[in-house]
Write a protein that binds this ligand. Structure first.
Ligand code: SF4
Length: 323
């Protein structure tokens, strides 16, 4: 079963082997997002069948391309990292040799996608974005249909030009990219349509994102007047020291207590261990998904950096996402 599942993804083993050989690497790290972790055995054995290289698997978080596990590479004296599941993050360049392999989903029903894309882009000035898993499929279908392809989006990144169109179509599994596209475009005259190729459903971004926006505005209002804040920074590409400094500076200028935390991984349990009940408001600077998705039901309000800035600048009418 695991083997069948892994066959649905293109791990581009030949490219990986070529890269290892041409650079003469002897010891490499591989990184996979949680959903593809179970394929590591298939990947390692395929690499080792082709090239004699020592492969170590990282079990550290790999939520996005912002988390290339440089720490393991450096600490274990490895030569390089092969990061599966994402393409390079626009806001961060790893300091060790890194090969990004998007791990595209090869089981996409292209005729279904073509039918839906043609339907939702028929009457509007539309542009299509997707995630790395569907890059080739979406590009191919857009080209065939003569629809504009806007590139890759991430939970915290949307190519700028795409928000100037009347309709933005997001092809991605699950809800988060759809929510993220919606939050990115609040206040702009763009309507979001979300196509989930795994579940084969097409939804309106407003339907999913509208509810989330109301919750986010409620969290923002809960932090108005908060006197004690916890500000959580991340590691690697999630280390946003400049934003942390800006938030803390604004808090201190208002005589508000600000405590700073650095965390590679943060969840409810960690926050409780940090005594979260003694804080009025928590900001997760590392990644907006943690506040919106993982900690949305936490007993204390947890904000993204953009939401924290809304509270601190006193302008809560215009939603700011992600920072
Ligand atoms: S949404 Fe979070 S995990 Fe994804 S790229 Fe941005 S910071 Fe990284």
């Amino acid at each position: 079963l695991v083997f069948d599942f892994c066959l649905e993804y293109d791990f581009r083993i030949q490219d990986v082997v070529r890269w290892i050989r041409s650079n003469g690497f002897k010891r490499v790290l591989i990184q996979l997002p949680e959903g593809l972790m179970r394929c590591f055995e298939t990947i390692v054995s395929s690499i080792n069948e082709a090239v004699d290289v020592d492969v170590v698997v990282s079990a550290n978080p790999s939520y996005g391309p912002c988390l290339v596990d440089e720490i393991s590479v450096q600490q274990m004296g490895l030569d390089a990292v092969i990061h599966f599941g994402h393409l390079q993050y626009p806001y961060y360049r790893p300091s060790v040799p890194t090969l990004f392999i998007p791990a595209e989903w090869a089981a996409m029903d292209l005729s279904w996608l073509e039918k839906e894309l043609s339907r939702v882009t028929a009457d509007r000035n539309a542009v299509v974005v997707t995630v790395s898993q569907h890059l080739s499929s979406v590009k191919t279908v857009c080209k065939r249909l003569g629809i504009e392809f806007g590139g890759i989006m991430l939970g915290c990144y949307l190519p700028k030009e795409v928000t100037s169109r009347k309709r933005l179509v997001v092809v991605a599994g699950g809800d988060f990219h759809c929510i993220s596209a919606y939050l990115h475009t609040v206040g702009k005259d763009v309507d979001i349509v979300c196509i989930d190729p795994y579940a084969k459903i097409v939804r309106c971004g407003e339907e999913i994102g509208g509810k989330v926006l109301r919750v986010r505005m409620w969290k923002v209002s809960e932090c108005l007047g908060a006197r004690k804040w916890l500000v959580v920074n991340g590691f690697l590409g999630q280390n946003r020291q400049r934003i942390v400094d800006e938030i803390v500076r604004k808090l201190l200028s208002k005589n508000i207590v600000a405590r700073k935390v650095s965390a590679l991984r943060i969840d409810e349990e960690y926050l409780r261990n940090l005594g979260a009940e003694t804080f009025d408001c928590i900001v997760i600077v590392a990644c907006p998904r943690i506040a919106i998705d993982d900690l949305q039901n936490f007993e204390k309000p947890v904000l993204t950096p953009g939401e924290a800035m809304m509270v601190l600048s006193g302008s809560t009418e215009r939603y700011v996402y992600p920072w």
